[in-house]
Design a binder for this molecule. Structure first.
Ligand SMILES: Cc1cc2nc3c(=O)[nH]c(=O)nc-3n(C[C@H](O)[C@H](O)[C@H](O)COP(=O)(O)O)c2cc1C
Length: 261
C-alpha cells in the first residue's frame, strides 16, 4: 500500500548539487516548523542556520546544523531550582535522538517542497570553528549538518541491505558467511550498477604500505564503508577532547534509571 508520503520517502535520495534558486523565507519557515514538530525526549537540541553558499561543501543555499543542546535545558532547570544529575552519556544519547529526528523531519519536509538535502557528517569535528562562528556556549555540541536547496541533479534511489538483513523478528540470527555475502552483494552490485564511486571520483586511499587491489570497476559500498571504519579515527581522544571542550564528560554524574524495555 503506497501513498504520497510513503512514495516521497521511498523516492528520496541525497542531493549534492544545487541550483541557484533561493528557497523563500516561507519555505525556510516550513522546514523549521516541520523539524521542530518532531518527537522529542527533552527538546535538548538547537538548529543553527547559515545562508552562505560558499561555506557549504555542496554550495547549497541553506546549511542547517543540528546540535545537542544541554545548555538551554540546564538554564531551564536552574530557574526551576534543579541541577542535572543524569550522566552526560545517557543525556547525550537522548539529545542526539532529539536532534536527529528533527533533522530527518526537515529532510522529508524539504523533499515535499521539491527541495533536496544531504547530511554533512563532519559537524562534530568542526565543533571548534562552529563554536566561534556561532559563539556557542558550553553544552551545545554540533552533531550533523544538513545542506538544503533546490536539486541540481537527479540521482537514482540508492540501494539498501535486503530487508531480511535489517529487520529481525524473533531471535537475532548468527549470520552465516553466505547470508552476509548475499547482503553485501546487493549493496555492492547496486552501487556498481549506478557507477556511483567512479562518478563521484572517490575511493578512500589506503595507508602507506597497503596494496590497492581495487579500481572503479569493483570498488563499491562495502569496501568503502570498511575502509572508513577500518582506517579512520582509531583513538577516541579527539572526539573525547571535543566533548570536553564543549563542557561534556567533565564532572561525575550518575543516576540510575529504570528502562521500560
Ligand atoms: C549521519 C550522516 C552523515 C552523512 N554525512 C555525509 C557527508 O558528509 N557527505 C555526504 O556526501 N553524504 C553524507 N551522508 C549521506 C549518506 O551518504 C547517504 O544518506 C547514503 O549514502 C544513502 O544515500 P541516499 O541518502 O541517497 O539514500 C550522511 C548521512 C548521514 C545519515
Amino acid at each position: 500500500m503506497r501513498n504520497e508520503t510513503v512514495n516521497l520517502m521511498l523516492n528520496r535520495k541525497s542531493i549534492r548539487s544545487f541550483t541557484e534558486r533561493q528557497p523563500s523565507e516561507v519555505e525556510v519557515e516550513v522546514l523549521l516548523e516541520a523539524a521542530r514538530q518532531a518527537p522529542f525526549a527533552y527538546q535538548a537540541y538547537s538548529i543553527l542556520l547559515r545562508r552562505d553558499r560558499s561555506k557549504n561543501p555542496f554550495h547549497a543555499p541553506l546549511t542547517f546544523i543540528f546540535c545537542a543542546d544541554l545548555y538551554k535545558i540546564e538554564r531551564m532547570m536552574e530557574i526551576r531550582g534543579w541541577k542535572r544529575s543524569m550522566n552526560d552519556i545517557f543525556t547525550l544519547l537522548l539529545a542526539f535522538q532529539d536532534a536527529a529526528y528533527a533533522a530527518q523531519n526537515m529532510v522529508i519536509a524539504a523533499e515535499s517542497l521539491k527541495m533536496g538535502s544531504c547530511y554533512i557528517g563532519g559537524a562534530p569535528l568542526a565543533a571548534p570553528s562552529l563554536r566561534k562562528e556561532f559563539d556557542l556556549p558550553p553544552l551545545v555540541f554540533p552533531l550533523v549538518g544538513l545542506a538544503v536547496g533546490y536539486p541540481g541533479e537527479n540521482p537514482p534511489v540508492r540501494p539498501r541491505f535486503p530487508r531480511s538483513f535489517t529487520v529481525i523478528e524473533g531471535k537475532y540470527p548468527r549470520w552465516s558467511e553466505e547470508e552476509v555475502s548475499a547482503a553485501m552483494e546487493v549493496m555492492d552490485q547496486g552501487y556498481l550498477d549506478q557507477d556511483y564511486y567512479r562518478q563521484a571520483g572517490f575511493m578512500i586511499p589506503l595507508k602507506e604500505g597497503m596494496e590497492e587491489k581495487y579500481s572503479f570497476d569493483n570498488y563499491s559500498w562495502t569496501e568503502h564503508i570498511s575502509r572508513k571504519l577500518g582506517l579512520w579515527e582509531s583513538s577516541p581522544e579527539r572526539i573525547e577532547k571535543l566533548f570536553r571542550e564543549n563542557g561534556f564528560l567533565g564532572d561525575e554524574k550518575d543516576q540510575k534509571t529504570e528502562s521500560p524495555l
